[in-house]
Design a protein around this ligand. Structure first.
Ligand SMILES: [Zn+2]
Length: 145
């Protein structure tokens, strides 16, 4: 994991087995795990790891800009290693988080809404809602007989 080493070295930190484990879990996750979920997975690889250590590792990875936080009101902080600008859809019914691709021109349009004196470091755009009830939508589908 060269990028992890490089990013840590820039801050004068060294790569530890704990940091590697926590980073690999976040990097491979597709579901924006919470610290608790990362802790459960970490323990499968390192039974002695503590929740405090997982939090410390996540803090370090955030400082190195290797992971980022995804926050929804009244929900636990989630983590992801996908640093490309993208939006999120939070399913209020299942608690699942979906990535939403943001076209580059849309990002530009959003930034244009701001006064010229502003500098955008990052864009956070979240949607909340639920999936359409599939059984209901097929019931009113005229093609279904
Ligand atoms: Zn995401």
């Amino acid at each position: 994991m060269e990028s992890l080493n490089e990013a840590l070295n820039k801050l004068g930190l060294r790569s530890t087995r704990q940091r590697e484990v926590v980073y690999s879990i976040v990097a491979e996750a597709k579901d924006h795990p919470t610290a608790d979920e990362i802790f459960v997975q970490s323990r499968q690889l390192m039974p002695a790891i503590s929740l405090a250590t997982v939090y410390n590792c996540l803090e370090t990875l955030l400082e190195c800009s290797l992971v980022r936080q995804v926050n929804f009101e009244r929900e636990s902080t989630r983590y992801e290693a996908n640093l490309e600008p993208h939006a999120h859809f939070y399913n209020d019914e299942t608690g699942q988080v979906m990535d939403v691709h943001l076209p580059e021109n849309l990002l530009g349009q959003l930034k244009n809404l701001l006064p010229e004196s502003t500098f955008v470091a990052r864009v956070e755009l979240n949607f909340r809602g639920r999936l359409q009830d599939q059984s209901q939508s097929s019931a009113i589908n005229p093609n279904k007989t």
